[in-house]
Design a protein around this ligand. Structure first.
Ligand SMILES: CC(C)(COP(=O)(O)OP(=O)(O)OC[C@H]1O[C@@H](n2cnc3c(N)ncnc32)[C@H](O)[C@@H]1OP(=O)(O)O)[C@@H](O)C(=O)NCCC(=O)NCCS
Length: 215
């Protein structure tokens, strides 16, 4: 089987098979939570909508999320074979946050980690660190992907300290341009890299982690 077909079949399995999940291991390697694919249900859409609105400004598109809009977003993720969004659930099944995989490049053998969000504060301290570490471990060892990257606003210190704690290394910094539409604001990366003589209102930084780092 081609590597691409292998990766897509594993993602399909974790997306659609009930009870397929990735254990999140904490200190001493014990399981403290699980990553399981988000489902296209009203219950999940309501939780995600509340979290998205609470943390609107951390992401690159700013808009007021609605449950119907979130349902469509979940549907678009379910329909895209190279994308998956995992809910982070505690051992009782309560959703705490989410984290996703997207933009697989099968030639470079990379993918992007996106939608990193803690929805419930003060529950399972450190769970976002352990979730990211467990997910990377799975991506490297199960999917056999060589490197993963993340994009984040340069002023998002909480997220950046999480990524550094998990061993990510700063890769590049790109200026972002603000595009104002009727119902939303979008931050788009300036094409061709940033002109160092220009000042942008915001910058997006890329962090990368390679499988060879931990071999
Ligand atoms: C970015 C975000 C996911 C980080 O969540 P978090 O709660 O800081 O992450 P963790 O669960 O790993 O907790 C780490 C914090 O708990 C502390 N902690 C306590 N026990 C810990 C443990 N056993 N292991 C690791 N950290 C622990 C850490 O010191 C750290 O606090 P600090 O940042 O003040 O040093 C969260 O702030 C968030 O959802 N932000 C809004 C959305 C967002 O910005 N997403 C990123 C977009 S690119």
């Amino acid at each position: 089987m081609l590597h691409k077909d292998y990766v897509l079949s594993v993602i399909h399995e974790y997306k659609f098979e009930q009870k397929k999940n990735i254990p999140i291991r904490g200190k001493n390697h014990q399981v403290i939570a699980y990553l399981s694919s988000v489902k296209k249900t009203r219950e999940h859409a309501e939780i995600l909508t509340e979290w998205r609105n609470k943390h609107m400004y951390s992401f690159f598109t700013w808009f007021h999320a609605t449950v119907d809009g979130t349902l469509k977003w979940i549907e678009s993720i379910m329909d895209r074979e190279d994308r998956i969004l995992f809910l982070i659930q505690n051992l009782e099944g309560k959703p705490i946050g989410h984290i996703g995989l997207t933009n697989f490049d099968f030639e470079k053998n990379t993918c992007e980690i996106d939608s990193v969000l803690r929805g419930v504060e003060e529950e399972l301290p450190g769970v976002m660190t352990y979730a990211l570490e467990s997910l990377i471990d799975w991506v490297f060892n199960r999917l056999k992907i060589d490197s993963v990257y993340l994009r984040v606003f340069e002023d998002n210190h909480k997220a950046i300290s999480l990524y550094k704690r998990c061993g990510f290394i700063l890769w590049k910094r790109v200026g972002a341009r603000k595009i104002v539409e009727r119902d939303f604001i979008r931050w788009v990366e300036v094409e061709g890299g940033s002109n160092i003589f220009l000042n942008y209102e915001k910058y997006i930084v890329y962090f990368i982690k390679e499988r060879s780092q931990i071999r």
